[in-house]
Design a protein around this ligand. Structure first.
Ligand SMILES: C[S@@+](CC[C@H](N)C(=O)[O-])C[C@H]1O[C@@H](n2cnc3c(N)ncnc32)[C@H](O)[C@@H]1O
Length: 329
């Protein structure tokens, strides 16, 4: 930490990291004793053709993820309820979830069952999940199939079969092993198919591109969303910013780094998770995110917190792809 360090920070860091390790350890022990009743349909090892520059979530971590989220959100100064509401607000009938992890938000969504109920058998809700980890996609499939009538298709070698029938309203889940930075692939395979793209807690997992800064990785991922979206659609999500990243004067986050005592545990947790490679958000600032969204073509209203705001150390964002103007068509 720099000169802005709170006098109690070293002690708070020690307590936060020790308590977090203890909490995670207890969670994993509990899950070993009482494993969740989920069946992974095939060998759950993660396979991807790309070099792994991200932290991998195994089955045990995914099982523990929901409970770990409570702890992490508390420390980050944000509520899971607010994250859920943000997820639900943007959800549409043609949705892409990039980096679904354990699938906490679609599984707990109030809007998704309502959308399914109002769909027709001939036009089910299209839910596309994209992740670099097969384990995550299988875990999500298993969880969603125990909650919703599901029809599945996938680019994975083998998938869970759904418990829905095409004659009833259902959720059409498609899972794809996919890196969020593959915008050329997004254009060729999913170009203009989505009304909404969600990326909850994804951007802080993605390391900077070689020789580039945070703007470059943000731009690469936002281009992917741009390619997937229909005109008028939105990409939205949340990400943990780096409290030590330089902030732009006058911008919403110009008060970063948070110096309040309340957020010192968040700074400690971020610093520790960066050091073990779980968080790759070194240098991630709100300014970098907004500076990446603009050249891609997205529109957003920064003022009034309508499309972009901070809660604790978490940034909530929503960027719209403009409607095509008639005179351009
Ligand atoms: C922290 S979890 C977030 C899970 C979920 N969205 C949530 O908020 O609960 C990050 C997820 O993003 C995935 N991920 C990480 N890097 C990725 C990348 N480059 N492309 C696609 N998914 C990625 C991870 O495998 C993991 O499933």
């Amino acid at each position: 930490m720099s000169g802005t360090q709170h006098p109690l920070y070293p002690l708070i860091k020690l307590c936060t990291v020790t308590a977090t390790k203890l909490y995670y350890g207890l969670l994993l022990t509990y899950l070993k004793l009482a494993p969740p009743k989920l069946t992974l349909p095939i060998n759950s090892s993660s396979t991807t053709t790309k070099a792994k520059d991200y932290h991998e979530y195994g089955f045990a971590t995914l099982s523990a993820y929901d409970l770990a989220l409570d702890w992490n959100c508390f420390l980050y100064g944000v509520s899971k309820k607010e994250m859920q509401e943000w997820f639900d607000q943007g959800l549409t009938e043609e949705h892409a979830d990039i980096g679904p992890g354990s699938g906490y938000y679609p599984v707990h969504s109030k809007r998704l069952p309502a959308l399914i109920a109002s769909s027709t058998p001939s036009k089910p809700i299209a839910y596309h999940a994209f992740d670099t980890q097969e384990t995550s996609l299988l875990y999500l499939t298993s969880r969603l199939s125990s909650r919703f009538p599901l029809t599945t298709s996938s680019s994975l070698p083998s998938t869970a079969s759904g418990n829905g029938t095409p004659s009833n309203p259902s959720l059409a889940l498609q899972t794809h092993l996919f890196d969020a930075r593959q915008h050329a692939r997004a254009r060729s395979e999913f170009g203009g198919k989505m009304q909404s793209v969600n990326m909850h807690f994804l951007l802080h997992c993605i390391p900077p591109t070689e020789g580039g800064g945070p703007e470059d990785k943000f731009e690469a991922v936002l281009k992917t969303a741009w390619e997937m979206l229909k005109p008028g659609g939105s990409v939205y999500g949340t990400t943990i910013l780096d409290p030590l990243a330089p902030s732009a004067p006058g911008r919403l986050n110009s008060s970063f780094p948070p110096t309040s005592l309340r957020l010192q545990p968040a700074l400690a947790l971020i610093s520790w998770l960066q050091s073990v490679g779980v968080l790759c958000n070194q240098g991630d600032s709100l300014n970098a995110l907004l500076c990446a969204a603009q050249p891609v073509g997205f529109e957003f209203e920064e003022r009034g917190g309508r499309d972009v705001y901070l809660r604790g150390v978490v940034c909530f964002f929503r960027f719209r792809k403009p409607e095509e103007r008639k005179d351009e068509a």
